[in-house]
Design a protein around this ligand. Structure first.
Ligand SMILES: CC(C)(COP(=O)(O)OP(=O)(O)OC[C@H]1O[C@@H](n2cnc3c(N)ncnc32)[C@H](O)[C@@H]1OP(=O)(O)O)[C@@H](O)C(=O)NCCC(=O)NCCS
Length: 167
C-alpha cells in the first residue's frame, strides 16, 4: 500500500496516538495551540479529548498510513459547543510539524465543518496569536468559499475570530 492520510472521527482508542502526537510537536506548535508549554496529557484530559459525542464535542484526526503499514498521528481538530450559544463552537486544530503545509489542516477544517452544520452549529470561533501566520492563512483559505470571517484584535497579542460555516 502506498502512503496516504486518513481523516476520521476520533475514538477512545486514540488516547495513545494523542500522547504520541503531542511528543512529536515542536515547542512552537505546542505554544501556538495551547498557549503554554504542555508536555503530556493526564488520563482525565485524554478521556475528555477522545471520548466525545460528536454533537456537543466534535473531534477528527488525521492519520498517516506509511507504505510499510505503520500508522502515525498527523493531526487533530476539535470543536466544542458554547454552553450558552449552541450555534457556536470553539475550534482548535493541530497538525504535527512534519505534516504541516500539506493541506491536512484545511481537510480537517472542511470535514469538521460538514459535521458541525449537520448538528446545528453555524459558526466556529477561537483565538490565535498575531504571530501565527499559518493559522491566519488556514482561516483565510477556509473562508474563501464561505461568508467572510470576522477578526478582532483583543489587545493582548491575540486575534479573536468568528467563521460562518455556511456558504
Ligand atoms: C495552523 C495549522 C493548523 C495549519 O495546518 P496545515 O495543515 O499546515 O495547513 P494547510 O496545509 O491546510 O495550509 C493552509 C494554508 O496555510 C498556509 N500554510 C500552511 N503551512 C504553511 C507553512 N509552513 N508556511 C507558510 N504557509 C503555510 C498556506 O497558505 C495554506 O494555503 P494554500 O494551501 O492555499 O497555500 C498548523 O500550522 C499547526 O498545527 N500549527 C500549530 C498549532 C496551531 O497554531 N493551531 C492553531 C491555533 S488553534
Amino acid at each position: 500500500m502506498s502512503e496516504s492520510f486518513e481523516i476520521r472521527q476520533i475514538t477512545p482508542a486514540d488516547k495513545i496516538p494523542m500522547q504520541v502526537g503531542l511528543k512529536m510537536l515542536s515547542p512552537e506548535s505546542i505554544r501556538q495551540r495551547f498557549f503554554t508549554n504542555k508536555k503530556e496529557f493526564t488520563e482525565k484530559e485524554l478521556k475528555f479529548l477522545t471520548e466525545v459525542d460528536q454533537v456537543n464535542h466534535l473531534a477528527y484526526v488525521a492519520v498517516h498510513h506509511h507504505a510499510d503499514g505503520t500508522l502515525l498521528p498527523a493531526g487533530v481538530i476539535r470543536a466544542i459547543v458554547n454552553s450558552e450559544l449552541k450555534t457556536h463552537a470553539e475550534i482548535g486544530v493541530t497538525i504535527v510539524d512534519c505534516y504541516q503545509g500539506k493541506g491536512l489542516g484545511s481537510r480537517l477544517f472542511n470535514e469538521i465543518a460538514e459535521r458541525a452544520l449537520s448538528v446545528g452549529i453555524t459558526h466556529f470561533y477561537g483565538d490565535y496569536h498575531t504571530s501565527n501566520l499559518k493559522m491566519s492563512r488556514l482561516l483565510e483559505k477556509f473562508s474563501r468559499t464561505r461568508k467572510p470571517i470576522s477578526l478582532k484584535h483583543t489587545g493582548d497579542g491575540f486575534i479573536y475570530f468568528e467563521a460562518p460555516l455556511k456558504n
